[in-house]
Write a protein that binds this ligand. Structure first.
Ligand code: FES
Length: 151
């Protein structure tokens, strides 16, 4: 099910030269929708709300120590979408240990044109990832808990 809520405001979509101001990587990640998906019983779930009020929920499915799929749902701005999409595209198929190494700076570097005042969007996305990775660790310790998780 696709259910992301994207807030558009004058700081992003209405800017006259918005398209010229952004990198291809940013535009691709800001408008990609195929990874906005809720998963009922993920191996790892993380939800984080920033001080700005934006929220990202991260859903991870693993096999052994490999992340087989990653998706998210969110309520926030276009920059938040770009950051969340970047996180899931960078960790899918990777080892769990590699995903722990992803930082907000990596996300910002990849996007190239994330506005400096919105760098906290990258921190929010990576924060949701870390919570989902912690949840995987908890699920591995107590696998029965997964039966009671529903998101
Ligand atoms: Fe706060 Fe995007 S504006 S996370």
């Amino acid at each position: 099910m696709v259910s992301g809520v994207i807030k558009l405001d004058k700081n992003n979509i209405n800017k006259f030269n918005f398209w010229q101001d952004h990198s291809i990587s940013y535009l691709e990640m800001a408008y990609r929708t195929d990874k906005i998906e809720r998963v009922d019983s993920p191996d790892g779930y993380g939800k984080r709300t920033g001080q700005c009020g934006d929220t990202i929920e991260m859903f991870l499915t693993v096999s052994g120590d490999q992340i087989m799929s990653a998706s998210f749902d969110m309520d926030g701005c276009l920059n938040t979408v770009a950051c969340a999409n970047t996180v899931v595209s960078m960790i899918e198929g990777k080892k769990i240990a590699q995903a722990w190494e992803l930082t907000a700076a990596d996300v910002i570097d990849y996007l190239g044109t994330l506005p400096s005042q919105d760098r906290h969007c990258a921190e929010l996305a990576v924060g949701a990832l870390y919570l989902a990775l912690s949840d995987i660790r908890e699920t591995k310790k107590s696998p029965w808990k997964k039966l009671y998780k529903k998101h």
